[in-house]
Design a protein around this ligand. Structure first.
Ligand SMILES: [Zn+2]
Length: 266
């Protein structure tokens, strides 16, 4: 059966001159049909140009044995870009949908965990599907080395700052540096992905607005940011988290992904 192919390079259409093709295994060019197509029937272009190629091609696979069909193979940069853009748009829509998170909302009004007068964008909000599925956590976009301030007073519960590793895969999860502050109501403020040796306060009490350390990109991260969450218990159960209101220059609010918030300079 005929399988029609185009190798779409520049616009000019060339007659396929003899001697410019190499016969090779069809499995090479059509990996989806690996093992299913009979080898030795396909051709590979040796020269740039636009060609129209007819292949003789038989597809047989399991119960579809001896099934023969026609396949059009086309490659066009415009279509590739369109598909790529749609794919990225699809990913963005998917990640913006989010997942269900706790209904708990803290009554305490938190400070934004960065410097007075500074503003940062929330790049992943509550329930974000990249790494916040069912977690009421916030990711603030910030370059490595940005000062991180206590959002609420409390006591240093634990910290880690000996890691210098991070990356976009869950295997890096345990490589995150962090500091956890225990609040007076028993909840925990969790500040994640701090830079190597980026924890300044390692024990004792901290006051609201105190410099705790510096942000980084350690652990499971796509890009440098500060991950902030408040939990009633230190596990990943949906209702261990609590959503928190922050004091911003535009009022007291729960934060949303995609929005930028400025911390009042007092
Ligand atoms: Zn996060």
């Amino acid at each position: 059966m005929a399988l029609l192919g185009y190798a779409a390079f520049p616009k000019k259409v060339n007659a396929a001159p003899p001697g410019t093709f190499t016969i090779f295994d069809v499995r090479h060019s059509l990996p989806r049909f690996a093992g299913a197509a009979s080898p030795g029937r396909c051709v590979q272009l040796q020269r740039k140009g636009r060609y129209r190629i007819n292949f003789d091609f038989t597809y047989s696979h399991h119960s579809l044995r001896k099934l023969v069909f026609k396949l059009h193979v086309k490659f066009s940069m415009k279509k590739f870009i369109l598909v790529f853009v749609l794919f990225i748009a699809g990913l963005l829509v998917y990640f913006s949908l989010g997942s269900a998170v706790t209904k708990n909302i803290d009554t305490y009004i938190y400070d934004l965990p960065f410097a007075p007068g500074a503003k940062h964008k929330v790049v992943q909000g509550y329930g974000g599907l990249f790494s916040h599925k069912h977690k009421a956590a916030l990711d603030f976009d910030m370059p490595v080395g940005t000062p991180v301030f206590a959002a609420r007073e409390g006591e240093v519960y634990t910290f880690k700052d000996d890691s210098d590793e991070g990356g976009p895969f869950p295997k890096y999860e345990k490589k995150a540096n962090y500091i956890i502050i225990k609040h007076s109501d028993g909840s925990f403020g969790c500040y994640w992905h701090l830079k190597h040796n980026g924890v300044l306060v390692k024990h004792g009490r901290v006051i609201k607005g105190q410099l705790l350390g510096y942000s980084g990109r350690t652990g499971f991260v796509l890009w440098p940011h500060l991950h902030f969450a408040v939990k009633r218990q230190l596990n990943y159960d949906k209702d261990s988290f609590v959503r928190t209101k922050f004091k911003t220059t535009s009022g007291i609010k729960l934060l949303k992904s995609g929005d930028t918030y400025e911390k009042p300079s007092k």
